[in-house]
Design a binder for this molecule. Structure first.
Ligand code: F6R
Length: 582
């Protein structure tokens, strides 16, 4: 994971880099660092913890005058999160920041050690710096090309050389990296969001491409040959990354759901031709990670009800399974970022097997958006909170629309129109969610149970709660609890019963009764009133739309529980927004 940003131009880079890092913090936040450069010097400053700690340190340090800089926020993979392991790393004349993983780092390190190179850290990043420095004789370009040939893995780099007073180099291999184009200034970054305050113009870099930036110009090369690429303009603005008065991005992003849902409905309900037709496929595989996988699980329920043959897997498993592909198979890859390493590997496996792929993604221009046969953008705008909320809802909406296109049930369209308004009304009940949060926030264990689509909803409700509040929580198929886990139910244990599917309503209620008789305190989430004291009743809508009204309520509860527990809601510990390592 990790986020990188680099600047070269006329201005002092400190504030630009710090602001960029704050926008990249969602990619990892256990340490951070910055390198500033002028004709004679390079100054490196690092700190453990959030960007605010680095900022504090920079404010108390005498900084050199400079017009070039690189910076990094880290999510540790090789070596613990301490100041020594934080980026930038400097070896000899080379200073760099790195996002990604070098798979053959140990091998390269051994080789370099035999040549007399000494290492200060256990990071793979120091190995890259040492390798480039080793190959550096006169030409940086040549040193970088040689290093690319030897490095295995996924990485993006921003690099400075002691010998070049007006140069910044960057390399992209698998990990995301874009080049930002300003007025007489340039940027490199893992995510356009980090530079939106400076420019909306950017160039996408391809695999193994090297970009050489000076204050006046840039050149992109691959294997020594120059490459021309179009400058594109992002539709995002820096506004997308602001809190707009909310205390946390998670709440802001949940509150955006009605409008975003309405936008997508407007776009597709007037023109279903914009969506691919799934009827022509004999077999559908759905693949994603975490919440994206749970969105897929909801989609699988929809599509199976349409009579399609659907398999689903988490990407980290799918990529290693022995799969016999039917000829008419479609693989649907779901990903907010479009850069999740396992989902990319799953996509490439499908492509190698010559079957069609469909990306359901948020970030246009991301690897998954670019490489799939078809793409449908969920148009969520920027999602900053590490825990996904609005992107999840929009992924489910797209799957629901795709499913409608298969069977075209009339009642669906009628209900679809009302969803944004109904969602808005549900989200306005924050007082009620806060009250439920009061009953939950002191718990040690929480369970969610449901069957079929309600089980998929339970998984997402449970993940959201545990990742932001740190309360242990698990989801079970309602019929499965009594096969072991019910022994954990104590007096007062909170058990959410998700009961939206009429076909299996009575069964799930019976399972809820089983835990109640063992002391559990139920929270019923359904479409019909019930005698339980704690309940969330949402309007009954077409079953392919129902999750769109239920999951947001669970997101609100997770938010308020985390709030009451004083958690770092937008940046839960140990997590990163975009998981670009395996
Ligand atoms: C949970 C969450 C993660 C992501 C997962 C996939 O709130 O956000 O589980 O859903 O890491 O990320 P993307 O969708 O970017 O592939």
């Amino acid at each position: 994971m990790c986020g990188i940003i680099g600047y070269i131009g006329q201005r002092n880079p400190k504030e630009i880099l710090l602001d960029g890092l704050k926008n990249l913090e969602y990619r990892g936040y256990d340490s951070a660092g910055i390198a500033l450069k002028n004709e004679n010097d390079i100054q490196i400053i690092k700190s453990v913890g959030k960007i605010s700690i680095l900022e504090e340190k920079l404010n108390h340090t005498k900084l050199i005058d400079s017009h070039i800089g690189i910076a990094h926020t880290r999510w540790a993979t090789h070596g613990e999160p301490n100041e020594k392991n934080a980026h930038p790393h400097k070896v000899g004349k080379i200073t760099l920041v790195h996002n990604g993983i070098i798979e053959n780092a140990a091998e390269l390190k051994e080789k370099l050690q035999k040549e007399g190179v000494e290492f200060q850290t256990t990071t793979d990043t120091e190995v890259i710096a040492a390798l480039i420095n080793y190959h550096y004789k006169k030409s940086m370009e040549q040193a970088l090309q040689k290093a690319i040939k030897e490095l295995k893995g996924s990485y993006a780099l921003a690099i400075l050389s002691d010998d070049e007073p007006d140069s910044l180099y960057a390399i992209r291999c698998e990990s995301p990296l874009i080049l930002g184009i300003g007025e007489k200034e340039y940027f490199v970054t893992s995510d356009i969001g980090a530079i939106l305050k400076q420019t909306r113009n950017y160039v996408l870099l391809g695999k193994n491409e090297i970009v050489h930036l000076t204050s006046n110009d840039y050149t992109i090369t691959k294997n020594g040959k120059e490459i021309k690429r179009n400058v594109e303009t992002s539709s995002l603005t820096s506004e997308d990354a602001d809190l707009h008065g909310y205390e946390h991005y998670m709440l802001k992003e949940i509150m955006e759901e009605p409008v975003l849902v309405e936008n997508l409905i407007e776009k597709y309900s007037n023109n279903f031709d914009l969506l691919p037709d799934l009827k022509k496929y004999k077999h559908i595989h759905i693949v994603g990670c975490g919440s994206a996988y749970y969105a897929g699980m909801i989609g699988k329920n929809f599509l199976e009800d349409d009579g399609l043959k659907v398999d689903i897997d988490v990407a980290s498993e799918y990529r290693y399974r022995n799969i016999t592909y039917d000829k008419d198979t479609l693989v649907i890859l779901i990903s907010q970022s479009g850069e999740t390493a396992d989902t990319i590997a799953a996509m490439r496996k499908a492509i190698e097997n010559k079957v069609d792929t469909l990306a359901i993604v948020n970030v246009d221009g991301s690897t998954i958006a670019r490489e799939c046969t078809y793409k449908v953008l969920i148009e969520a705008g920027r999602e900053v909170a590490v825990a996904t909320t609005k992107a999840f809802i929009l992924q489910v909406l797209i799957l629901s629309l795709l499913s409608y296109k298969v069977n075209k049930e009339k009642e669906y369209l009628e209900d679809l129109k009302h969803i944004p308004q109904q969602l808005k009304v549900l989200l306005d009940k924050s007082g009620y969610y806060k009250k439920l949060a009061d009953a939950i926030y002191t718990q040690e264990d929480v369970f969610f149970i449901g069957r079929k689509v309600d089980y998929a909803i339970s998984l997402e409700g449970s993940l959201k709660l545990k990742e932001v509040s740190y309360i242990h929580s698990d989801a079970y198929q309602a019929g499965e609890l009594k096969h072991g886990t019910i022994s954990l139910v104590r007096n007062g244990t909170i058990v959410f019963g998700i009961v939206t599917d009429d076909e299996i309503r009575d069964k799930t209620i019976s399972n809820l009764e089983e835990v109640i008789s063992r002391g559990a305190n139920p929270i019923y989430v359904g479409v019909e009133d019930c005698p339980y004291e704690n309940k969330i009743i949402v309007p009954r809508v077409h079953k392919k739309l129902q999750p769109l009204l239920v999951v947001p309520a669970l997101q609100m509860i997770a938010y308020y529980v985390a709030y009451k527990r004083d958690c770092d809601i937008d940046k839960p510990k140990n997590l990163a927004k975009s998981v670009t390592v395996e």
